[in-house]
Design a binder for this molecule. Structure first.
Ligand code: SF4
Length: 340
């Protein structure tokens, strides 16, 4: 829901200002799913809002829950009939939402289901924030306890190629009048659109930045991620140095370990060399993920652990991240539409 638009609607209808607070309380505190549940509003306003200002900008077509992890995935149908997926997960004690920023993606990374769809269109800022609002409603309805404490832009699409909508969505999400997600609990994950990092440091200086690296050899990275032909490792290095100098923030390098593709000792060496070539490299941290090969299958944990040990031995900060929701194709690189 675009709260600014609804506020304007209430003002133009000549209604008193306290109706705006009532709407805010019902939608963003109580997590109502329909205007009929907004009992503090008069019946005629509830029915007008139902007809003219739907709370969500899409229909929830399906929700599937993982049997092995605290993960749920939703298939959403947008007003033009296109579909996207979004994920709710609980890696630790609080809920996190993974949002999509585009329908499909033009970048066609070889390991990614979204890339295979091709690019359809950018999502609006409202379609992005509504993914979080929809899960907020779900948590309330299912009585799942704690609130949503973090949002990651790691779903379908490249966030920095839908820059304005992503920045506006991140700003709205952290607005205390909306869902009040702490700005430092919002993470933007990019495949490495180097020429947008300067602007990102200005517009969202508090957000976390994650860069999907997956290989520190230009020729090999270009095969995995064709975007590397446009912004190679040298471009990325310069952009990261500038970003770190501007924000002083830690940056996460995501590395999905694919057995026999990017997991050998020479890959560890090249990754460490590339990191050491970057100024202020103590602020770079590698997140290793076992690559998801399909439903229930992923790179053997021993391969990932050996890679982590190799990096640690070279003095690089590294964490093995648990891949969640693999059984419902909700893990990294598995989101697409019209599948389950
Ligand atoms: S990994 Fe990200 S950037 Fe690459 S194709 Fe998939 S959605 Fe696009």
């Amino acid at each position: 829901m675009d709260f600014e638009r609804v506020k304007q609607y209430i003002k133009e209808a000549g209604l008193p200002n306290f109706r705006i607070s009532q709407v805010r309380e019902a939608v963003f505190n109580r997590g109502i799913s329909s205007w009929e549940e907004a009992s503090s509003l008069p019946a005629d306003l509830r029915s007008k809002l139902t007809q003219e200002q739907p709370i969500l900008s899409f229909k929830v077509s399906k929700i599937v829950c993982s049997r092995q992890d605290r993960v749920a995935k939703a298939l959403l149908t947008l007003r033009d009939g296109l579909q996207i997926e979004t994920v709710l997960l609980k890696p630790q004690d609080t809920w996190s939402v993974c949002v999509s920023s585009q329908v499909g993606c033009a970048l066609r990374c070889s390991f990614c289901s979204t890339g295979k769809m091709g690019f359809k269109r950018d999502l609006t800022h409202e379609e992005i924030t509504d993914q979080v609002l929809m899960w907020y409603q779900y948590i309330h309805k299912e009585k799942l306890g704690e609130r949503i404490s973090s949002v990651v832009f790691m779903g379908m699409g490249e966030p920095l190629l839908n820059y304005l909508n992503v920045v506006k969505a991140a700003q709205d999400l952290s607005n205390p009048d909306y869902l009040n997600i702490g700005a430092r609990h919002i993470s933007i994950s990019t495949s490495g659109i180097a020429d947008k990092l300067h602007k990102l440091a200005v517009d969202l200086p508090q957000a976390n930045l994650a860069v999907s690296l997956h290989n520190a050899d230009n020729a090999e990275r270009s095969k995995l991620m064709p975007v590397n032909r446009r912004y190679d490792l040298e471009d990325l290095k310069k952009a990261l140095e500038e970003y770190i100098a501007m924000t002083g923030r830690q940056v996460f390098l995501e590395y999905s370990v694919l057995e026999n593709v990017n997991s050998r000792p020479e890959h560890i060496r090249k990754l460490a060399d590339w990191i050491y070539s970057i100024k202020d490299n103590y602020l770079l941290h590698v997140n290793l993920i076992a690559c998801n090969l399909g439903r229930g299958e992923k790179t053997d944990d021993r391969v990932v652990k050996a890679f982590a040990a190799g990096l640690k031995a070279m003095g690089i900060g590294v964490t093995i991240r648990k891949s969640m929701g693999n059984d419902i194709l909700a893990a990294c690189g598995q989101l697409a539409s019209q599948r389950n």
